[in-house]
Design a protein around this ligand. Structure first.
Ligand SMILES: Nc1ncnc2c1ncn2[C@@H]1O[C@H](COP(=O)(O)OP(=O)(O)OP(=O)(O)O)[C@@H](O)[C@H]1O
Ligand SMILES: [Mg+2]
Length: 249
């Protein structure tokens, strides 16, 4: 199975590189990134000139108290939100300079994102939710269903394929969201509290899965987590202090 996934991964990478025009050794770099929010009365600055680099295949945990900007930073890394100022480079390509079409293609091909509050489509089944990125990429239904079924099996959801989202438990929804992020074998997995709703057994299963994806496929991992066991499994740990990223240890 690992061989099959590796093969798919390489194929997917080659295709991605041709379509988006990037080199295979993804290397993310953030330069002087600023992000704040306007509330009704005040403006709060969350990221104040952040600089950051991660090499292809590295694993990183972002930890720290509620409200310090972990999700804000992860959303920008995932190109889901734009900074007020600063750049995000993937292998020297300034991705926020892409037009919207190219940015969407880039995101679909290269990034797997697990949202803190999963954002699954409630009117669809687990299987259909996970098929969605494949269909967006233009895959045929059969192929998309097969890929979705395989990855749902890896997160222990093989017996819930046809459940609609509201009929799944919180932890099951979270595992479906992880499967959706992984179905296209992204180069980078950005996960916001992927084990936040899971019990110990399921958390450990998810930890094993994402570590094996890193080891087998060289998938780069950036994981926001309060789970210290998961943070300890990553090669780097950072937090955000007064709008700056701080490397721990
Ligand atoms: N769209 C927004 N408008 C206004 N304020 C926002 C917005 N998004 C985030 N914030 C504020 O920015 C700060 C950082 O939010 P963020 O979601 O990044 O925190 P976090 O570190 O992920 O916290 P948690 O651990 O609770 O998920 C918070 O104080 C939040 O209230
Ligand atoms: Mg958050």
């Amino acid at each position: 199975m690992a061989d099959k996934i590796c093969e798919d991964f390489e194929k997917n990478q080659k295709k991605s590189i041709q379509e988006v025009g990037l080199s295979p050794k993804t290397f993310m770099m953030v330069k002087d990134l600023w992000k704040g929010f306007d509330n009704t009365r005040t403006r709060i600055e969350i990221l104040k000139g952040v600089n950051f680099e991660i090499e292809s295949g590295q694993t990183l945990a972002i930890v720290g108290a509620s409200g310090i900007g972990k999700s804000t930073f992860l959303h920008i890394l995932g190109t889901l939100d734009r900074p007020d100022q600063g750049n995000l480079f993937f292998n020297n390509e300034d991705v926020f300079s892409f037009n919207n079409g190219k940015l969407a293609l880039f995101r679909n091909r290269f990034i797997g994102f697990v949202f803190q509050f999963h954002h699954l489509l409630p009117e669809f089944s687990a299987l259909e939710n996970v098929m969605m990125p494949c269909l967006i990429q233009g895959q045929k239904n059969d192929k998309a269903a097969k890929a979705a079924e395989q990855i749902l099996g890896r997160v222990g959801m093989e017996n819930r394929l046809y459940h609609r989202v509201p009929d799944l438990s919180g932890g099951e929804q979270q595992r479906v969201a992880l499967a959706r992020a992984l179905v296209l074998n992204p180069m980078v997995l950005l996960a916001d509290e992927p084990t936040g709703n899971l019990d110990k057994k399921n958390s450990e299963q998810v930890h094993e899965l994402i570590i094996s994806l890193n080891q087998e496929l060289g998938m780069t991992l950036v994981v926001v987590t309060h789970n210290m066991e998961l943070a300890a499994l990553m090669s780097r740990r950072i937090t955000i202090l007064d709008g700056q990223l701080v490397e721990m240890e």
